[in-house]
Ligand binder design. Structure first.
Ligand code: E4P
Length: 279
């Protein structure tokens, strides 16, 4: 009787053990599949984010209103956007609206068009009119009190702005706090008055990173290749570069000499082959 009871207990124990092991297996495989699924979800999310992210690089804008130049360089595949100002538009001898519309047809990226009003209400009227030319128009406003007021109001209307004529860190800070999408420090013009224009750009990059500002820095008033080099080293988002300097960026005397030699060697080998010599 006692033996039978013990047998029963042993069987129940075995059964529990078996169930326990099974449960253990189930829990184990459940955890395994859950972790696999989580990994897959994380990978997919990372891939989706990576796809949509604008990877950090220095975007090249053309600093010109010359549509022939823009059309030519657009084919190079390196022009991301364009900046204009009243002086550049004046050089074309054409109406600003007409020129901006043409540039926007050539370039998909941001095209800055500057207002000439100096008071906020006037700036707003101009800004709305410029923004209606094309969806990629960015309204350029001077770094003044009236300009900042206009930036704040235009942000509410989802009009992107580029605060221009920025010559100090405090101006840059106020521009970004007002809601500017882009801030344009002028390098060359600071150099012209004996200051190191690039220094303000480098410091702006540090400050924007420190605080995680989303506004993009456009290194403007670029006068030579050294400015471009330092803009890259500083890590600016954008450099707006005159056409002449973009052309200089591609050239190097060793590239020309190397290409000349390759072609000469090729021609030589071709003539030898034609003459029946073994190459
Ligand atoms: C661009 O946004 C500026 O208007 C431009 O870079 C000014 O350049 P400049 O100082 O050579 O006129």
């Amino acid at each position: 009787m006692l033996a039978a009871k013990n047998d029963n207990r042993r069987e129940v124990k075995n059964l529990y053990f078996a169930i326990g092991v099974k449960h253990g297996d189930l829990i184990g495989s459940f955890c395994f599949w859950i972790s696999n699924c989580l990994c897959c979800i994380i990978i997919v999310i990372t891939m989706i984010e990576a796809e949509g992210r604008d990877f950090r690089h220095m975007k090249i804008f053309m600093d010109t209103a010359n549509t022939n130049e823009i059309a030519e360089l657009a084919d190079w595949g390196i022009v991301y956007g364009v900046t204009t100002n009243p002086s550049l538009i004046a050089k074309t001898g054409r109406q600003q609206e007409q020129v901006i519309a043409e540039i926007c047809r050539l370039i998909e990226g941001p095209v800055s068009a500057e207002v000439i009003s100096t008071d906020c209400p006037g700036m707003l009227i101009e800004a709305r009119s410029l923004a209606s030319i094309a969806p990629n128009v960015v309204v350029k406003l001077p770094c003044t009190v009236e300009g900042l007021k206009a930036v704040r109001l235009l942000k509410k209307e989802n009009v992107r702005t580029n605060v221009t004529l920025v010559f100090s860190l405090t101006q840059a800070l106020l521009a970004v706090e007002a809601g500017a999408s882009y801030v344009s420090p002028f390098i060359g013009r600071l150099d012209d008055i004996g200051e190191d224009g690039m220094k303000i750009v480098e410091d702006m990059v540090t400050i924007f990173r420190n605080y995680g500002y989303k506004a993009q820095i456009i290194a403007a008033s670029i006068r030579d290749l050294n400015h471009v080099h330092r803009a890259m080293l500083a890590g600016v988002d954008i450099a707006t570069i005159p056409t002449k300097i973009i052309r200089e960026m591609i050239g190097h005397k060793l590239t020309d000499a190397g290409l000349k030699k390759f072609l000469e060697d090729y021609e030589e080998s071709l003539s030898k082959a034609n003459a029946g010599h073994k190459i």
